[in-house]
Ligand binder design. Structure first.
Ligand code: NDP
Length: 399
């Protein structure tokens, strides 16, 4: 039993708050704090048990420290934006509180995410006797834990992994993003990158693609992208020869994105407009549908998993581990679409692991470094069941 502070009242923050509220035996008191307090209050009004809410500027360490000292949580769940990771980690260190997030730090003025900034906190957290769990959403998060589970239970040696993220959901808008538009578009417009034989290889954005048939969704075009879990998996899964990440996009989404890119709307450098500076991508975010509003409109399923090939008892083997999640079921449970749901539920399961001291050691950890078995047991019970199957061979498009 303990107090938890949730930072960020967006799509993911809503799911995290709903799910923490469902487990009073672990989270005895909840404080949801964000930049706009009215968003926290709206989420609080949907719950069957009372929680506290507050306004906070998570870019400001002093503000965070005051809030944390006042509420005295055991753990901070950071589901604000990646730009706030370091200020929140600093505040946790200053107040002696454990930390968990779902996305790695990214500087506001450079569309480049890397773990180096957060890994640099390793010694500080270790010395303080505190734990920081990084990237505990779905991808990163469950995809890392799926890989760790395959490594532990199904392989002696994993040689390659392909992470496949499919969203078969339809929200009916001509163009919208399923999570924060600014973060989403920065990620999608970046160069593709994959790991092979000890080196990183870059590809032009969305230039490598194939058709893949997803259970529960059907055939979809998958695009090779760089995704942050590749960096930690390449480091932590010993002997890995190749790691790639694939995501589905509809032709309609890509055509809109291309047009927005061509006219400069995805730029992240400030421009002068009517006497003030604006960042085109931030302006675009302001006029696009709020991801949190997609929930009641989205129909269809997500299917996210990992295909690994390697050896077990000297024999070649291919295994596919995945979760399929239904947008409408998520809406009826916690008033969210599946993208926020599949991110928020693993964050809460990671938080349960930490609160119950099942995952608890001083330092900064990526989730594949922690025991996957108890996490995956609780994940199924909390709404994200998964299955693992042996495949006769690698699907030809991935071979
Ligand atoms: P949203 O934009 O919907 O929500 C972000 C929330 O953080 C908003 O409520 C926002 O406040 C708040 N916020 C932003 N800046 C500050 C600040 N300086 N101080 C206090 N609060 C602030 O994003 P999502 O919910 O879609 O995403 C949340 C996080 O989850 C992101 O880091 C995203 O990258 C990550 N994510 C991870 C995934 C995974 O699988 N690992 C998948 C999807 C998302 P306001 O409402 O006022 O704007």
């Amino acid at each position: 039993m303990g107090r938890v502070l949730i930072l960020g009242a967006g799509g993911v923050g809503g799911v995290v708050t709903h799910k923490c509220a469902q487990v009073p035996e672990v989270f005895s008191e909840i404080l949801l704090a964000s930049r706009t307090k009215s968003k926290c209050d709206k989420i609080a009004s949907e719950l069957s048990r009372p929680i506290k809410t507050a306004q906070v500027d998570a870019d400001n360490v002093g503000d965070l420290v005051r809030l944390i000292k006042d509420f005295r949580p055991e753990l901070v769940i950071n589901v604000a934006l990646p730009y706030q990771d370091l200020t929140i980690m600093d505040a946790c260190l200053e107040t002696g509180v454990h930390y968990l997030d779902t996305a790695n730090y990214e500087p506001l003025d450079t569309a480049k995410f890397e773990y180096k900034w957060q890994w640099a906190y390793q010694e500080k957290f270790a010395k303080a006797g505190l734990m920081a769990t990084l990237g505990c959403g779905f991808d990163p998060g469950v995809t890392n834990i799926f890989t760790a589970y395959l490594q532990k239970k199904h392989f002696d040696h994993i040689e390659t992994i392909d992470i496949l993220d499919a969203n078969g959901g339809d929200h009916g808008y001509p163009f919208a993003t399923n999570f924060n538009p600014e973060i989403n578009i920065r990620e999608v417009t970046a160069k593709g990158k994959y790991y092979a034989y000890g080196a990183w290889h870059e590809t032009p954005p969305l230039s490598v693609h194939h058709t893949f048939n997803f259970e529960g969704i059907g055939p979809k075009e998958i695009y090779l992208m760089y995704h942050e879990e590749l960096e930690s998996l390449a480091k932590n899964i010993k002997g890995l020869k190749r790691a790639r990440f694939w995501m589905t996009f509809s032709q309609n989404y890509l055509s809109h994105l291309k047009a927005l890119e061509n006219v400069g709307m995805t730029r992240i450098d400030p421009i002068e407009f009517n006497g003030q500076k604006i960042v085109p991508l931030q302006f675009l975010k302001a006029i696009l549908p709020d991801p949190a509003s997609l929930g009641p409109r989205t129909k269809g399923k997500t299917n996210i998993g990992v295909i690994a090939q390697g050896t077990k008892d000297g024999k070649y083997k291919v295994a596919y581990i995945k979760n399929i999640c239904d947008h409408e079921t998520c809406w009826s449970e916690v008033k969210s679409q599946a993208i926020s749901y599949t991110t928020g539920v693993p964050a809460v399961v990671g938080a349960i692991m930490m609160m119950k001291k099942i995952w608890m050691k001083p330092g900064v950890f990526n989730v594949e470094e922690l025991d996957p078995v108890p996490f995956l047991e609780v994940l199924s019970k909390m709404g994200l069941p998964w299955d693992v199957a042996e495949l006769p061979a690698m699907p030809p498009v991935l071979a």
